[in-house]
Design a protein around this ligand. Structure first.
Ligand code: PFF
Length: 476
């Protein structure tokens, strides 16, 4: 496949490489940390159902929209949208859509890397535990052996209280991300995805099978698939939409940018379908991996963000082979997070390369460094700056510390807005023939897809934005 010539003349070496990179971007902390957490907090089945509906009706059509915009434009996210606008005789100002997306991706990267740092912390802890038990001649012991439940959950608090450690781990993760992006689309991003994603899937299946046999699979199934519709408030809808966008890597510049590296011979519609399907399957598998383990030891599924860092380690402590499985579990999350963060960094990096003509190495380093510094503020928000509520005046963000504010503001406002603009641009403004030929769809399928993009997505996203935010504005 002839790669496109965007951002330094680079392109994917095959369709498979693109799919792996895009699935790698989609599958991340969002699937394993955020999805089960949100499902746990919002009543399980009802949330899962709404989430799937959003993915199929809005997410998938938008994934295709973004990739085709990127390929049709052939540059970084801002340049691509501008090119398509010009080809369609529309205002160049549509490039603002690309700018919004790149900003969202950049902000997400800054806090994403901090959370990924927590994952590294647990890779170290659980790895130490596993190797400790291995050398003691008992490789199948429980994790965190000999520790009380309080001591295990307390590890999270210890980490949060230690700014130096939080920042160091965040720096490690950001350095790895920068290193991969700096190595290029082909030698960095693609290579990382082709190694890490298959490894990730194997590990995911292993831990899920472990949970199915050793955990309480029945309760987990009931929890994830029995809908309690009384739980569906506008805030939950807002949450589910934000999560669908976040999880599919929509509206954050990543897909637009990756789309520019796709060769013209790739049929985009089925490719977009595979990305959405893989992402959703992993989110549900993550639920099926985590909840049987949580229920097996009678813990609370609504553990919030602590679910995987406190609840699960307690569960691993109570289960045979927990030391090994815990270690494997945190490694798999680390792989998933890394392939996502590289797509977050690639968006703004590609723009800097195109805009300032800097080398890829310099661009990746500088963008990553600035994102790192914002992340440092997030890390300090857990200790020295724990009193700071950046948007404290605003109902829905009143309680949010620095990291939660960035997470909430990007997820609830910037991503929906970015998605809305993509829907309006591709559905109404971009040249219809250009869009049709890029999409790989024709006839009734094209008409249906275009209806979803032009009508369903803007209406649903606007409603959810409005209803999610208004009660928030009133203090909800
Ligand atoms: N989709 C990633 C996840 O679920 O963790 C997060 C993400 C990556 C969002 C890349 C946006 C993006 F451009």
């Amino acid at each position: 496949m002839a790669g496109a010539a965007a951002a330094g003349g680079q392109g994917w070496s095959s369709r498979t490489a693109f799919i792996l990179a895009a699935v790698g971007a989609a599958v991340g902390l969002g699937n394993i940390w955020r999805f089960p957490t949100l499902a746990g907090e919002n009543g399980g089945g009802a949330f899962v159902l709404v989430y799937i509906a959003f993915v199929v009706l809005l997410g998938l059509p938008l994934v295709l929209s973004e990739i085709l915009l990127g390929r049709a434009g052939g540059e970084d996210a801002i340049g691509s949208v501008e090119n398509v606008a010009v080809k369609s005789n529309r205002s160049r100002n549509w490039r603002g859509l690309g700018a919004l997306q790149i900003t969202s991706g950049f902000l997400i990267l800054s806090f994403y890397s901090v959370v990924a740092g927590w994952v590294i912390n647990y890779v170290f802890i659980s790895g130490g535990d596993f190797f400790g038990s291995l050398f003691a001649g008992d490789p199948f012991s429980v994790a965190f052996s000999g520790e009380s439940q309080d001591a295990i959950t307390g590890r999270m608090g210890e980490l949060f209280a230690d700014p130096g450690r939080l920042i160091l781990l965040h720096a490690l993760f950001m350095a790895a991300t920068i290193g991969i992006v700096a190595s290029g689309v082909h030698d960095g991003i693609e290579k990382a995805a082709t190694w890490l994603m298959p490894a990730f899937f194997v590990l995911l299946v292993i831990v899920t099978i472990y949970g199915a046999f050793k955990g309480n699979f029945e309760d987990a199934l009931a929890f994830l698939f029995t809908p309690d519709f009384s739980k569906l408030t506008p805030t939950v809808l807002n949450e589910a939409l934000g999560q669908a966008l976040f999880s599919l890597s929509l509206a954050a510049g990543g897909l637009l940018t990756y789309g520019a590296y796709v060769g013209k011979d790739v049929n985009l519609a089925p490719t977009a379908g595979m990305i959405a399907l893989a992402d959703t399957t992993v989110a549900i598998l993550a639920g099926l991996m985590i909840f049987p383990i949580v229920f097996a030891v009678g813990l609370d599924p609504a553990g919030g963000p602590a679910l995987i860092f406190q609840t699960l380690p307690v569960a691993f402590n109570a289960m045979p082979g927990g030391a090994l499985v815990g270690f494997v579990f945190f490694i798999l999350i680390f792989f998933a997070a890394l392939t996502s963060s590289i797509s977050l960094l690639e968006g703004p990096t590609a723009w800097v390369i195109d805009r300032f003509g800097w080398t890829r190495k310099k661009s990746a380093f500088i963008v990553g460094l600035v994102a790192f510094l914002i992340g440092v503020a997030c890390a300090l928000g857990y200790n020295v700056w724990s009193d700071i509520r950046p948007l404290g005046f605003w109902g829905i963000f009143a309680e949010a510390d620095i990291l939660d504010t960035l997470d909430g503001f990007t997820g609830k406002i910037m991503l929906p807005l970015g998605a809305l603009l993509v829907a309006v641009f591709v559905g109404w403004k971009a040249d219809r023939r250009l869009v049709e030929s890029e999409s790989g769809l024709s006839g009734g399928m094209f008409a249906f897809w275009r209806f979803l993009v032009a009508w369903a997505a803007p209406v649903a996203v606007s409603l959810v934005l409005l209803f999610g935010l208004i009660p928030g504005l009133l203090g909800d």
